[in-house]
Design a protein around this ligand. Sequence first.
Ligand code: TXA
Ligand code: MG
Length: 330
Amino acid sequence: MTILKPPTPENIKHAASILREGGLVAMPTETVYGLAANALDGQAVAGVYEAKGRPAFNPLITHVCGLKEAKKYGAFSEQALAVAHHFWPGPLTLILPRAQGCEVSELATAGLDTIALRAPAHPVAQYLIKECGFPLVAPSANPSGSLSPTTPAHVSETLGDKISMILAAGKCEIGVESTVLDMSTNTPVILRPGAITAEDIARILGEKVIYHHETTNTPKSPGQTLKHYAPNTPLRLNAVDVEPGEALLAFGSLKFMGVRGGGKAQNLPDTALCNLSETQDLHEAAANLFAMLKFLDRPEHTRIAVMNIPETGLGIAINDRLRRASVESS
Ligand code: TXA
Ligand code: MG
């Protein structure tokens, strides 16, 4: 059974229904093919990280059909509005503060208070996003560490067994990922170069636009330049019990979990207890991770004790983030 489908209205409708149910679809954009999932559905977003085999949660781009939708998720400055008006739809991603009430999953933005937004120009991507009625995360549709795909065949060779449908619309016109422009602070900075250049953007803004490496003198890949979300409260990993004063981030049953000195973990106050997944489902745990860390990150807790999470599948990325957070906060 081939999952490669021409982008007819019926197939796009079907793709939208797969996405509505939390599934994955590869969609063409003018830059590269994207591995799309519903950006509002944390478990669907977890599926993207799993299919790509990413060992870490890097924030993803949320794709919308235009500025009107983008404003629901990102807070636009006057400058950002000018740039979006000029270059959207097109191969430009804007990093903006998350808007008040932004419903995009915390996993999509990896717990950061900024969001990456892009309105792709490809008519099939536009049609699909409109048909869905919700925004789509879409990293390049390739396994982590390999080349970004610019043809449907390229997607099916490497990810064919992991996704439900590939909307096959031929070769991508541009062939490299979108320019990523950080407009979340007063100084616009290009984090990832792409078809739209610093000069193109400077012409619209009337000021010089710099590349990230010009601010640090060392060229860095986008992953390295990223700030990572970490709670202020220290973490204690692989906890088998809870110490007085600690909050608990659980994974699985609490039946055998006690509080040192007496008491049961399941009787902790609501503000001191979250369960990533009672059934030990790693998708559910990934989807809950950042929101629960933020919820438990309160000054009244001395630490957040975290139960063991298996080092398999999405557990690898979950543990990566927890380990980083425990180092950064201690
Ligand atoms: O052309 C493209 O942009 C393709 C097509 C499919 O649209 N998509 C793509 O998505 O390349 P993705 O998710 O792989 O790219 C994410 C880039 C990474 O460089 C990431 O570090 C950066 O955007 N990014 C995402 N959110 C960010 C944030 N809040 N702050 C800084 N960088 C962010
Ligand atoms: Mg990529």
